[in-house]
Ligand binder design. Structure first.
Ligand code: C2O
Ligand code: CU
Ligand code: CU
Length: 635
């Protein structure tokens, strides 16, 4: 596996954080069970600057919680004190490629990485976990995951339960040996064992076996989160109340919905609201769980813990206090989703289909596994600013089938259609009844034989992101792929270009903000000399590259390129002309200048893209464009 040799990010002087945190991953003994402490891989952290409540731990737990407000700028100094490489991914958050915790950015033991990002997401229950390739399952299992809770103005106005009444419940299955140490799968071989995913002997809530707690007779927001590596749960209340759901992976629902039980695949979050004010003091209620392996084998009875109640295991017990609060009604309008409509989708009649399959000891996406860190196929390219329909099809005709919780980075989606397997089992039907497809999501359970269609809009960030199965053993086996979000083609021109007569000199600035800042127009067709600055994507630092200029005249479909003589030539998409080749792309904050003559023969408007290819490839689709096109107007 080749890694890009990327220097860890360092703080940038022009980024002014609202919150600055330190987050260290290290091995530490934590007392989880009576008796000997357990060696955990855990995150410890502290607030270096800003709101002191931005970093904390769940009560009586090692599990960290980062709290943020939409719009806040975070700088997080991640220090890897594990015995192996790691990197932190902010699951569900939308951010630039370099900060997303892609495995290509994994840092060595002892190294650090500085994250700088703005919290763009709406209020919701997001989380973070390691993402080094082939080690994610191992690291998460041994204790590395935390919550990233975002609030926003809309949520604040709703006056939902906060403080002690906003209680996360993190569900994870684990196996302990006789000396209280965690037992994980050996491996990753034999592959057939690994492919079944890890199922633990006991279900923990917030790191505790037999979780129990007193609650006031009041209203609570419980943030249910299945942080298990591979197991699925069906959850219900012991006292028979319906589950009132107010949020999913991507934040608050528009309206609350009710279910008799909830089905949660790995990595899924469901926020529920519960009013305990009408129950008698001293009553005990439990959250009951039935556990299922990825092949939907019910493993509840074989797990340990509290005695079973109607086939389900109480995993969290709550004793109701005498104190009773007046509970105001749950608002019926919780939020409004950002508008995304099916008619906007560029492919609403022909979804981008990803076939989930398992063959010869391998789990695959469209017959492929994870390859090089920055590899993606032609059918794994999308455009920023576009809306698409994706279909995860778990109906492969060859190989065995399991359920696969599919996750996509950097986007929230709506589940728009499920096409169940013909003759689906009654268990699968029961699981389906516990899905909450009304919400915005970033993980979706795809049952055996099922096809699930999703609607999503790729916003502004361009770059390489992941989509994968969130059964961590499947992800580590390679059931993961990159997809490329190309910069928007229709983005507003940043500037037009100065110049007059037949030979204009165009100077582009040398910082990211001003490098396309000139505003005049060319007065006549002719030659112009171009000097340009290129900001390489971090992933391509240190690699050889070709610098390319592509100009598209308005109204035409033909892309034009500048050849080595500085003349425009029509090109077809797999025959891009190289303008200049350089031996290696420099540091991210340095720009590579080149200059050359362009001959623009016709009046009109041209969109000028300045880009580069990170290798010898000359396919247009491999060009990484620096930014929005520069518009040239030739009068
Ligand atoms: Cu939790 Cu790649 O994701
Ligand atoms: Cu993710
Ligand atoms: Cu899977």
């Amino acid at each position: 596996m080749t890694h890009n040799l990327v220097a860890p990010a360092t703080p940038s002087p022009d980024f002014e954080p609202d919150v600055e945190l330190e987050l260290t991953a290290r091995v530490e003994a934590v007392s989880l069970l009576p008796g000997q402490a357990t060696q955990l891989w855990r995150y410890v952290g502290s607030v270096l600057y800003g709101d002191a409540s931005a970093f904390s731990y769940l009560e009586n737990s090692h599990i960290p919680v980062i709290r943020a407000r939409q719009g806040q700028k975070f700088r997080i100094h991640f220090r890897n004190q594990l015995p192996e490489e790691s990197i932190v991914h902010w699951h569900g958050l939308h951010m630039v490629q370099r900060m997303d915790g892609h495995p290509m950015y994994a840092i060595a033991a002892g190294a650090s990485f500085v994250y700088e990002f703005t919290v763009e997401n709406r209020a919701g229950t997001y989380w973070f976990h390691p993402h080094p390739h082939e080690r994610t399952g191992h690291q998460v299992y041994h204790g590395l995951s935390g919550l990233f809770l975002v609030t926003d103005d809309n949520e604040q106005q709703l006056q939902l339960p906060t403080g002690e009444f906003d209680l996360p419940l993190i569900i994870q299955d684990r196996t302990f040996d006789a000396s209280n140490q965690l037992v994980y799968l050996p491996g990753p071989r034999p592959r057939n064992v690994w492919m079944q995913g890890f199922t633990g002997e006991t279900v923990l809530v917030n790191g505790a076996r037999g979780y129990s707690r007193n609650l006031r007779r009041s209203a609570y927001r419980l943030r249910l989160f299945n942080a298990s590596n591979a197991s699925n749960y069906m959850l219900r209340w012991s006292h028979g109340a319906a589950m009132t759901v107010i949020g999913t992976d991507g934040g608050l629902l528009e309206q609350p919905v009710q279910r008799t039980h909830l089905t949660m695949a790995p990595a899924e979050r469901l926020d529920i609201w519960v009013d305990l004010s009408g129950l008698p003091a001293g009553q005990e209620i439990s959250l009951l769980a039935e556990s299922f392996s990825p092949s939907l084998l019910n493993v509840t009875a074989s797990q340990t813990g509290e005695p079973l109640v109607q086939g389900a295991r109480p995993i969290a017990r709550f004793m109701l206090d005498a104190e009773q609060d007046n509970v105001s009604a749950l608002p019926q309008q919780l939020s409004v989703f950002p508008s995304v409509s099916l008619v906007e989708a560029i492919n609403h009649t022909s979804p981008r289909t990803v076939l989930l399959s398992m063959m010869q000891g391998q789990v695959m996406l469209n017959g492929r596994i994870y390859g090089a860190m920055d590899e993606y196929a032609d059918d794994e390219i999308v455009r920023a600013g576009t809306t698409e329909v994706w279909e995860f099809a778990n109906n492969s005709v060859v190989g065995m089938q399991m359920s696969h919780p599919m996750h996509i980075h950097n986007v929230s989606f709506k589940v728009i259609e499920r096409i169940p397997a013909v003759g689906e089992s009654s268990l699968a039907q029961q699981m389906r009844a516990g899905f909450v497809d009304e919400g915005l999501k970033d993980v979706v359970q795809v049952l055996p034989g099922e096809r699930v269609r999703l609607l999503m809009k790729f916003e502004q960030h361009a770059g390489i992101y992941l989509y994968h199965c969130h059964i961590l053993e499947h992800e580590d086996l390679g059931m993961m792929r990159n997809f490329m979000i190309r910069a928007a083609l229709d983005s507003k021109p940043v500037a037009t270009v100065a110049g007059a007569g037949s030979s204009a000199r165009i100077e582009l600035g040398t910082s990211a903000d001003n490098w396309l800042s000139l505003t005049d127009e060319l007065q006549a067709p002719g030659n112009c000399q171009i000097m340009a600055a290129i900001q390489p994507e971090t992933a391509h630092l240190g690699r050889p590259a070709n610098i390319i200029v592509v100009v598209g005249p308005d109204g035409g479909n033909t892309l034009l390129a500048v050849n080595n003589l500085g003349q425009l030539q029509p090109i077809n998409t797999d025959d891009v002309q190289v303008f200049r080749s350089i031996s290696s792309l420099q540091a991210r904050h340095e720009f590579l200048l080149f200059d050359g003559m362009m001959d623009i023969g016709d009046r009109g408007t041209y969109d000028l893209f300045i880009g580069y290819t990170p290798d010898a490839s000359r396919r247009a689709e491999d060009i990484i464009y620096n930014t929005a096109p520069l518009r040239l107007s030739v009068k």
